[in-house]
Design a protein around this ligand. Sequence first.
Ligand SMILES: Cc1cc2nc3c(=O)[nH]c(=O)nc-3n(C[C@H](O)[C@H](O)[C@H](O)COP(=O)(O)OP(=O)(O)OC[C@H]3O[C@@H](n4cnc5c(N)ncnc54)[C@H](O)[C@@H]3O)c2cc1C
Length: 238
Amino acid sequence: MATKTQDTYDVLVVGSGASGGWAAKRLSEAGVKVALVDAGRPLRITDLNEHGSGLELPYRGLSSEVVRKTRPVQKECYACTERNYDWFANDLEEPYTTPKDKPFSWQGRTRMVGGRTNVWGRQSYRFSDLDFKAASYDGYGMDWPLGYADLEKYYDLVEDYVGISGLAEGLEQLPDSRYLPAMALTCAETRPTTRPSRSARKYSARPCSKNGFFRRSRNWRRSKRSGATQFGSSRYRR
Ligand SMILES: Cc1cc2nc3c(=O)[nH]c(=O)nc-3n(C[C@H](O)[C@H](O)[C@H](O)COP(=O)(O)OP(=O)(O)OC[C@H]3O[C@@H](n4cnc5c(N)ncnc54)[C@H](O)[C@@H]3O)c2cc1C
């Protein structure tokens, strides 16, 4: 049961997601006495289970119907799974309504300290003036009262703290962040650029070579001798 306290605070921040969490951090660093409240429960170390095997879960991570029973809307979001569905609002206990002609699938309603930072996809992009001043470009809506130049130093501040990995590409529509070194490609991404194994060359119909062109497999050579190709088009005959 919650206990009453006589403490007084300068600021009460409601919600501990990226917005509220950052506001609480900056304000308390500035010496302000902050209370941060959240409708969700605290994050436990056992919640960080996304790298565990699905076999450890009661339904092996395969029963989306179990999740849908209490989170029919939240389940529409790919991130709400058997592993973590209790991080999300129970749609039956916390329903919402929309006008009949304006349905809205309100996914990603987390009830957890840290909010959606617990499930976000880790893609971190800056807005550009194409976003802030969109109305001036396409005539729809209203421009923001501030622009990229006003916010740039704050992007720097957050990114230095959070750690953003990437590659500066100098694109006007996607301003570069303050990057940590780019991450290495994953195994699946590098695989097509490396020479396939002997067995892969034998059994794969179209194994890739280093330069990106399709290698000719043994079968291709065989079929060439018989006058046809595995691709079935004269374009590929050599
Ligand atoms: C699956 C998924 C992937 C995403 N991927 C990306 C991505 O790759 N890149 C990107 O930029 N963005 C991404 N987003 C969006 C991004 O995560 C959110 O925009 C951002 O985290 C929202 O932060 P917030 O603080 O505004 O809100 P939230 O994180 O939703 O925080 C709100 C908090 O308030 C609490 N709360 C709500 N009501 C009350 C109340 N009445 N009283 C007290 N507390 C309350 C909630 O429990 C919650 O903790 C993703 C979102 C989802 C769901």
